[in-house]
Write a protein that binds this ligand. Structure first.
Ligand SMILES: [Zn+2]
Length: 188
């Protein structure tokens, strides 16, 4: 079990372009952070591809920013439900971690201008959990995907490691046709 008691910042990380750019930004500023990945299983394959991307990015971060972060992981299997909402599950997990680790003062979330989820008041969700809960930080909320691309490109070798495809297929390569892939193609 990783000891996160001395950390004030929890950063949600999916292995996608947005959260990778956010993690890189915070580490470049010299911040000490807990990187949290919530593995959400609702298909047969996709979560494994995501997890693989998370693993390779964390490995590279350990080389580039040694001693500056710890990595923790939670998981939830929601495959029996028809509808899903990734961001909310990740957020619930992060709230639970913060609730049992009062040292955590800020929860970072990589939502941006292009996300529909950006319209929700996440602070409200956190506040409902307890009185001494952390503040929600969304540093990318006013950025577009192409601005985030510019940010991540400042750090060589990371964009290639990200996984963004939403299709649940055995191949570990992007499908090229889902909304997330379409969005990514506009970036490159
Ligand atoms: Zn795709």
């Amino acid at each position: 079990m990783v000891d996160i008691r001395k950390y004030k910042i929890l950063v949600n990380f999916s292995g996608g372009v947005d959260s990778t750019a956010m993690v890189l930004q915070l580490l470049s500023e010299g911040k000490q952070i807990v990187i949290h990945h919530c593995m959400i299983k609702f298909g047969v394959h996709r979560y494994k591809h995501e997890f693989q991307a998370v693993g390779s990015i964390i490995k590279k971060l350990r080389e580039d920013f040694p001693g500056q972060f710890v990595y923790i992981q939670t998981s939830i299997d929601i495959s029996q439900f028809k509808r899903t909402y990734d961001s909310l599950h990740t957020f619930n997990m992060a709230s639970a971690i913060a609730f049992s680790n009062p040292g955590i003062k800020e929860i970072y979330f990589g939502l941006n201008k292009n996300d529909n989820a950006a319209s929700f008041d996440y602070q409200k969700i956190v506040s409902a959990v307890g009185s001494n809960m952390p503040t929600v930080q969304m540093p990318l909320i006013n950025k577009t995907k192409s601005e985030i691309k510019e940010d991540i490109r400042k750090h060589q070798g990371y964009l290639e490691l990200c996984f963004w495809c939403r299709k649940d297929r055995p191949e570990n390569t992007p499908c090229g046709v889902c909304p997330a892939c379409k969005q990514y193609q506009e970036l490159v």
